[in-house]
Design a protein around this ligand. Structure first.
Ligand SMILES: NC(=O)c1ccc[n+]([C@@H]2O[C@H](COP(=O)([O-])OP(=O)(O)OC[C@H]3O[C@@H](n4cnc5c(N)ncnc54)[C@H](OP(=O)(O)O)[C@@H]3O)[C@@H](O)[C@H]2O)c1
Length: 334
C-alpha cells in the first residue's frame, strides 16, 4: 500500500473546511495539522471547526512554524487569500522549509505582469529548496483555463476561444451573494466595484495561461465589471430582491492579439439566472462547444481539485508550476 500523504490545512474559511472534510474521507491522505489566525478557531479541535461533527484530536494552531520544523509533513493545502502580495510571506515560509504547496490563491494560478517579480521569486525559492508550488481551484485553475486549453488538443487551428460560466446565485451562501452585489442599488454596486469589493479575481490569470499554453503573444488584456439588474422580484432563501435592484455581476475579460479578440472569458453570477452552466466554445477547425449543464459548484470543485492535486505536486519537479505544466489532475478517491 502507498504511504499516506501527510498534509497541513492552512486557512479554515469555507474552502479550507471543505478541503478538510474531503481530505478526511480519503485513505491516501493523513491530516496532521491545521492553521488559522482567527481567534475563534485557534485552540479548537479541527473536527469541530471544519463541521465534521467529530473530534479529530488535532488542535487548530495560529502558526505553521512548528509543523514545518517538526514534521513529518508532505504538502500544505493553502486557502487563506486571493492576493499574491498578501499571501507571499506565507508561501515563502512553507517552500523555504522544502514543503510542497497546493494553494487556492487566485493570483498564484498564473503569473501576470503585475505579479511577475513575486512569482519569479517564489519559483527560485521553490527550486532552491526542492519544493513544488501550484495555484489551482475551479476558476481560476480549471473551468476557464486548464479545461479549455485541454480541449484545444483536438484542434488543427484556433481563431478564438470563449469560456462562459453562468451561475444562479440563489442557492449560494450569503457571503457569495454579498460578494456579487446582490440587493445593491446600481450606485452602491459601482462604489463596491471601485473599492475592489465586487471583483472575481483570476480572469487575467486564466487568459494569460491559455495564451501561454498556445504560444500566443497578446497585445493586451481588458477586463470589465457590470451589474446585472433584476427584471422582476426574485426571492432566494436569504434575500428578496425587488425589480430594478442589482441581482449580481457580469465580468468579462478579453485577450487581444494584433488588435483582434482571441480569448474571451465571461463570468456571470446573479440571482434568478434561468440556466447555470459552464461552457467552452472553440472557433477554428473543428469548431465546437462543450457545455456542462447546471455548472460545477465552486466550493465542491475547488475542494476536490485541491485534494486531488496533492499527489501531483509530490510527483512534480520543483518550482512554481501552473495547471498547464502538470499532467491532468485526476480524482484520487481510489
Ligand atoms: N481558485 C479558485 O477557484 C478558488 C475557489 C474558491 C476560493 N478561492 C480562494 O481561496 C481562498 C479561501 O477561500 P475562502 O472562501 O475559504 O476564504 P475566506 O473565507 O477568506 O477564508 C480564509 C481563512 O484563512 C484565514 N487566514 C487568513 N490569513 C491567514 C494567515 N495569515 N494565517 C492563517 N490563517 C489565515 C482567515 O482567517 P480570518 O477570517 O481571521 O481572516 C479565514 O479563516 C480565498 O482567497 C478565495 O478567494 C479560490
Amino acid at each position: 500500500m502507498k504511504p499516506s500523504i501527510r498534509v497541513v490545512q492552512f486557512g479554515l474559511g469555507p474552502i479550507g473546511c471543505s478541503v478538510v472534510c474531503l481530505a478526511f474521507k480519503r485513505s491516501n491522505i493523513e491530516i496532521v495539522g491545521a492553521v488559522d489566525i482567527a481567534a475563534h478557531k485557534a485552540g479548537k479541535d479541527l473536527g469541530e471547526i471544519a463541521g465534521l461533527k467529530k473530534e479529530l484530536g488535532i488542535t487548530v494552531s495560529k502558526d505553521i512554524a512548528s509543523f514545518l520544523k517538526e514534521g513529518p509533513l508532505d504538502v500544505v493545502l493553502h486557502c487563506t487569500g486571493s492576493n499574491l502580495h498578501g499571501v507571499y510571506k506565507q508561501l515563502k515560509q512553507i517552500i523555504s522549509a522544502g514543503i510542497d504547496v497546493v494553494s487556492t490563491c487566485e493570483e498564484l494560478s498564473f503569473p501576470t505582469p503585475k505579479n511577475q517579480a513575486l512569482s519569479e521569486s517564489l519559483h527560485r525559492l521553490a527550486v532552491e529548496n526542492n519544493a513544488t508550488i501550484l495555484g489551482t481551484g475551479i476558476n481560476p485553475g480549471f473551468l476557464m483555463d486548464a479545461w479549455p486549453l485541454f480541449m484545444t488538443g483536438i484542434c488543427q487551428e484556433i481563431t478564438m476561444i470563449k469560456a462562459t460560466r453562468i451561475q444562479d446565485a440563489a442557492s449560494r451562501r450569503v457571503p457569495f451573494q454579498q460578494k456579487i452585489g446582490a440587493g445593491c442599488s446600481s450606485e452602491e454596486f459601482q462604489r463596491r466595484v471601485e473599492k475592489g469589493i465586487i471583483r472575481h479575481v483570476g480572469l487575467s490569470e486564466s487568459i494569460s495561461m491559455i495564451a501561454s499554453g498556445l504560444g500566443w503573444e497578446l497585445d493586451r488584456i481588458s477586463e470589465r465589471i457590470d451589474p446585472i439588474l433584476s427584471e422582476k422580484k426574485v426571492k432566494s432563501e436569504y434575500i428578496t430582491l425587488e425589480a430594478g435592484r442589482v441581482a449580481g455581476v457580469k465580468q468579462t475579460a478579453c485577450g487581444f492579439q494584433h488588435g483582434r479578440s482571441r480569448i474571451i472569458l465571461e463570468f456571470q453570477a446573479y440571482l434568478g439566472a434561468t440556466e447555470s452552466y459552464d461552457e467552452v466554445h472553440i472557433s477554428g477547425i473543428p469548431e465546437f462547444k462543450v457545455r456542462i449543464p447546471g455548472g460545477i459548484h465552486g466550493d465542491i470543485g475547488t475542494a476536490a481539485i485541491v485534494v486531488n492535486a496533492a499527489q501531483r505536486v509530490i510527483e512534480a519537479p520543483a518550482g512554481l508550476l501552473t495547471m498547464k505544466d502538470i499532467p491532468p489532475i485526476v480524482c484520487t478517491a481510489g
